[in-house]
Design a protein around this ligand. Structure first.
Ligand SMILES: N[C@@H](CCC(=O)N[C@@H](CS)C(=O)NCC(=O)O)C(=O)O
Length: 224
């Protein structure tokens, strides 16, 4: 199995994706908590391009970018597969994973940051992206079917992180009436013990997002 270390932070959902994958595979790992305000030499050494978490270090070899790391984990430890077996289904899962990061995460962050008229536009756009995801989970227990799979881990930030973004941003995105399937999935997912045990405390996340949004707004105010 080899030595496995995960460089990350508890508040980061890309890092939580990796913790979930390692736990689903039953892989023992050491969690190296990173201070993103004062990045460690080991983070800079292992992810010199982006200097971001998560970084998975397996037998001394570093891997960055959470979607890439999830695929690595799935190939390095083949039991309890995360991605579907069929090549076309694998490609489709990858497509939606990229959509989650490029459109759903980015859209929710835009809506969180925006103010005034811009907020209305950003919320509308985030809702359009969520509507596409709703279609993907309709009639299914998990995105992966009967078992938790790759796309569930990628979308797994929605139940907790999106709720925190909604609270800080004074907006509602995941409406039960508008997105019944996605809402149902998120309630089910967050209560699975293995999923729950890797989640950060909601209070800590609220403080983290609150501080981040104030910082972003103070930078924007300085520019104007
Ligand atoms: N696309 C990357 C995103 C990683 C990312 O944005 N990590 C954040 C924490 S959630 C980070 O390390 N930020 C530090 C920085 O931007 O300097 C992934 O999926 O791994």
């Amino acid at each position: 199995m080899g030595e496995v270390k995960l460089i990350g932070t508890k508040q980061s959902f890309p890092c939580t994706r990796i913790q979930w994958a390692l736990k689903l595979k039953g892989v023992e790992y050491e969690f190296l908590e990173e201070d993103l305000m004062n990045k460690s030499p080991i983070l800079v050494k292992y992810n010199p391009v982006h200097k971001k978490v998560p970084v998975l270090v397996h037998d001394g070899k570093p891997f960055a970018e959470s979607l890439v790391i999830l695929e690595y984990i799935d190939e390095a430890w083949k039991h309890n597969p995360l991605l579907p077996h069929d090549p076309s289904e694998r490609a489709i899962a990858r497509f939606w994973a990229k959509f989650v990061d490029d459109k759903v995460v980015a859209g929710a962050l835009e809506a969180l940051k925006a103010e005034g008229e811009e907020k209305e536009k950003a919320v509308k756009s985030a809702l359009e992206s969520l509507a596409f995801l709703e279609k993907q989970i309709e009639g299914k227990k998990f995105f992966g079917g009967e078992e938790i799979g790759y796309l569930d881990l990628v979308a797994g930030w929605i139940p907790l992180w999106l709720g925190v973004m909604e609270e800080i941003g004074g907006m509602k995105l995941l409406e039960k009436e508008m997105f019944p399937s996605l809402y149902g999935w998120s309630q089910n997912f967050i209560h699975i013990p293995l999923i729950k045990e890797c989640l950060p405390a909601r209070e800590n996340l609220l403080n983290y997002f609150h501080a981040s949004i104030q910082y972003v707004r103070s930078l924007a105010a300085k520019k104007t």
